[in-house]
Design a protein around this ligand. Structure first.
Ligand SMILES: NC(=O)c1ccc[n+]([C@@H]2O[C@H](COP(=O)([O-])OP(=O)(O)OC[C@H]3O[C@@H](n4cnc5c(N)ncnc54)[C@H](OP(=O)(O)O)[C@@H]3O)[C@@H](O)[C@H]2O)c1
Ligand SMILES: *[C@@H]1O[C@H](CO)[C@@H](O)[C@H](O)[C@H]1NC(C)=O
Ligand SMILES: *[C@@H]1O[C@H](CO)[C@@H](O)[C@H](O)[C@H]1NC(C)=O
Ligand SMILES: *[C@@H]1O[C@H](CO)[C@@H](O)[C@H](O)[C@H]1NC(C)=O
Length: 310
């Protein structure tokens, strides 16, 4: 545990920092998203409850919370928000609907499950959690299948946005073609595509295509943590001597990476932690600049073996 505190792979200097130190990015007209989110998957939170983890994050100044419908964690997040006393307008809440479930189902789910469970009257960002109908295909083994279902679901999200119930719409685990479907059909790109993304797992083709489309790339398993192992993806240990060396060069215990200038990280990232010290480190990771040489070094730590396609 002591050794794991040394690093944090997050991002970003050179962008206007919000008052809590985590900068925002604009993901849609008039919608600013804090670049670091707290994820609520129970596997990532070993020694605390979801409610306690979220409350701690809010208490330390974190403002972006990310949860999905299907882990059953929306009620915990709702309780944490309420207990925190942080005004709704300061919080950025992302939730996800379980795949391409169709227009009426998504409207019902947001109005009758997500909003009541979270105790909120609007959501900042809603993502289609994965592009395929079956969880066996998670995160993305369905390619062009279920195109109609994905687009129908998007149409439901557009209605919710028109009703003022959600501010921005995005996707998760989509490939380039699946993002292009949305643009072709609706003339608008997803605000966000949240994908697995860390030092040992990043796909530059996807990154360039998202940049071109105007879709912010958000990293899950940004530290190569528990969920990366869950999907048997390669990972680089936070104890890796090459990472320690870079951190030492900056005399930092946390290692930030500029998210907006071609670095290993995406435009935004998510992590999860029960540790107060780690949470403080994560939230403070936006305070120094890496040299282009070190950015390059970190970008090229990818294992030489083929990526594990999951
Ligand atoms: N959209 C999708 O399809 C999808 C799929 C999978 C996962 N996710 C989401 O991604 C979120 C994060 O996944 P992940 O757990 O793999 O994330 P991660 O950020 O790669 O790893 C989190 C782990 O890192 C440790 N940690 C956090 N800050 C640290 C620091 N400063 N120094 C050292 N260690 C630190 C935490 O342990 P300690 O508690 O010991 O600090 C935690 O176990 C989940 O909540 C999940 O909801 C999304
Ligand atoms: C990277 O993403 C592109 C575009 O979605 C995809 O065609 C390619 O197969 C991906 N590469 C790997 C190694 O996953
Ligand atoms: C490195 O950081 C430590 C702890 O913050 C501080 O005491 C020390 O003066 C720093 N060293 C340099 C060379 O900046
Ligand atoms: C981070 O990115 C911004 C925007 O591209 C840039 O202005 C800034 O200099 C970068 N900082 C680092 C550490 O590279």
């Amino acid at each position: 545990m002591a050794q794991r505190k040394l690093l944090n792979m997050f991002a970003i200097l050179g962008l206007a920092a919000a008052s809590n130190g985590v900068p925002n990015i604009r993901i849609a007209p008039g919608v600013e998203m804090p670049m670091l989110a707290f994820g609520t998957f129970r596997v990532s939170l070993e020694t605390c409850t979801v409610q306690a983890g979220v409350e701690q994050w809010l208490r330390l100044g974190g403002r972006h919370i990310d949860t999905p419908d299907e882990y059953g964690t929306q009620p915990d997040v709702g309780l944490a928000i309420k207990a925190s006393g942080v005004p709704r307008s300061e919080i950025f809440l992302t939730t996800k609907i379980p795949g391409p479930i169709g227009k009426q189902a998504v409207i019902d789910k947001i109005l009758h499950t997500a909003l009541p469970q979270l105790g909120l009257d609007y959501l900042d960002l809603v993502l289609i959690h994965f592009p395929c109908k079956s969880l066996k295909d998670f995160p993305n083994k369905c390619g062009a299948n279920f195109r109609a279902e994905r687009l129908d679901t998007w149409a439901g999200l557009l209605e919710l946005r028109a009703m003022g119930k959600i501010r921005a719409i995005g996707v998760s685990d989509y490939d380039v073609e699946q993002v292009a479907e949305v643009v072709e059909e609706f003339g608008e790109a997803p605000a966000v595509n949240q994908v697995q993304w860390h030092l040992a797992y990043h796909n530059e083709t996807l990154r360039s295509a998202m940049q071109l489309a105007g879709t912010a790339l958000e990293a899950w398993a940004a530290l190569g943590g528990p969920t990366a192992s869950l999907f048997h993806s390669p990972s680089i240990s936070l104890r890796d001597p090459r990472l320690k060396e870079v951190a030492a060069r900056y005399n930092v215990s946390t290692l930030g990476v500029n998210g907006s200038s071609g670095t290993p990280m995406g435009d935004a990232a998510r992590t999860a932690t029960c540790s107060e010290e780690h949470a403080r480190g994560d939230l403070a990771a936006f305070e120094f600049q890496l040299s282009p040489k070190d950015l390059d070094l970190l970008s090229n730590l990818m294992p030489q073996t083929e990526l594990v396609i999951i």
